[in-house]
Design a protein around this ligand. Structure first.
Ligand code: COA
Length: 315
């Protein structure tokens, strides 16, 4: 398959490091040097589905496609105001599509998981036009009193329209369960039978373990897709890396020995927007006119699970 349209949508509220240092024992200097983040967008009066729908409409317009021509919608999402129904169903109704849809929770790797699933759908010969939407609201998960996790994340949504083509050259997905390094549990509703203690805790993160996993996994996955596709790092035009921490991105850059221009960044403006991170970046470079047909793009992401994934595709 190939990507023929992209779109993104951000909450209106900009939360700067200075604003966080007024409510937390932190500083712009600490956050900037440890992460590369200067500000992030945070949901206030919007609903996440509004952003998801907006991003989906923009991607359809960019692809010059009507919603009724979609054969499937996949939404990558970890959490939103609904546990049920799926976010993809809300998007399907709002954009006027009549195709089947489902949500996938691939943590920050959701977009790359969705691309791999879409590729398998095409190969089945059953579906042609697929809309992938990644919509994430980590501000709903973190404890805003906890300086270690709350400063890292931002909310946002992005979408891509896919159709028939032969542009995905290789993918590498993996999972290795270490759930207790980065997790959040659901709150239990009252049950007269359930004897387990309720857990109504915010996101728990062991930052250094996540950092080490992310760096190793991304280097391993990128090496695997380059090898599988027979390309060298020199031949790649753009490395779109999950915007979780600038130091992780710099480690990857050092490993592949490629110049800064090949690593577009927006972590300073949005922080870590989970699965929306890579497609937001993709939409930015697309709309800035930085992508030429035939360019080789490597995408890489990693997240809670641990899960990770990379792909190489031709634009
Ligand atoms: N402001 C100021 N100080 C902070 C802080 C903040 N926001 N958060 C933590 N600190 C303090 C710690 O309490 C610690 O203090 P101490 O030395 O007195 O104990 C000190 O800074 C160093 O903490 P440490 O955890 O060792 O920092 P670090 O260099 O590992 O950076 C992260 C922390 C979270 C930025 C880094 O580990 C990271 O980015 N990990 C990956 C997280 C991630 O990407 N998660 C999502 C994956 S999809």
């Amino acid at each position: 398959m190939k990507i023929i349209g992209t779109g993104r949508s951000h909450p209106s509220l900009v939360v700067t490091n200075e604003m966080l240092s007024q409510i937390l024992d932190t500083s712009d200097e600490w956050i900037t040097t440890r992460t590369g983040i200067k500000e992030r967008r945070v949901i206030s009066s919007e609903n996440l589905e509004d952003l998801a729908i907006d991003a989906a409409k923009k991607a359809l317009a960019d692809a010059n496609m009507e919603a009724k021509d979609l054969d499937y919608i996949i939404c990558a999402n970890v959490v939103n105001e609904f546990i049920s129904p799926a976010m993809s169903c809300l998007i399907q109704g709002a954009i006027g599509a009549n195709c089947p849809c489902f949500d996938l929770n691939g943590a920050c790797v959701g977009f790359i998981y969705a691309l791999e699933i879409a590729e398998a759908f095409y190969k089945s010969g059953k579906y042609k036009n697929i809309l992938v939407v990644c919509a994430e609201e980590p501000s709903r998960m973190v404890d805003w009193h906890d300086r270690t996790a709350s400063v890292l994340f931002g909310d946002g949504a992005a979408a891509a329209v896919l159709t028939e083509g032969d542009n995905i050259k290789a993918t590498k997905m993996s999972a290795s369960c270490s759930w207790d390094r980065l997790y959040q549990k659901h709150e239990l509703q009252y049950s007269p039978y359930n004897t387990k203690p309720n857990s109504n805790l915010p996101l728990v993160m062991h930052g250094q373990d996540v950092f080490m996993f992310a760096t190793r996994a991304a280097i391993r996955d990128i090496s695997a897709v380059l090898k599988q596709s027979g390309h060298t790092p020199d031949e790649v035009d753009h490395f779109l890396i999950h915007q979780a921490n600038l130091r992780i991105i710099n480690n990857i850059k050092q490993y592949v020995k490629q110049p800064d221009e090949k690593f577009p960044l927006n972590i300073d403006r949005y922080g870590n927007t989970s699965s929306a991170s890579v497609p937001i970046l993709l939409d930015e470079v697309n709309k800035e006119g930085r992508l030429k047909r035939g360019d080789l793009i490597v995408m890489s992401a990693f997240g809670a699970g641990f899960v990770s994934g990379a792909c190489i595709l031709e634009w």
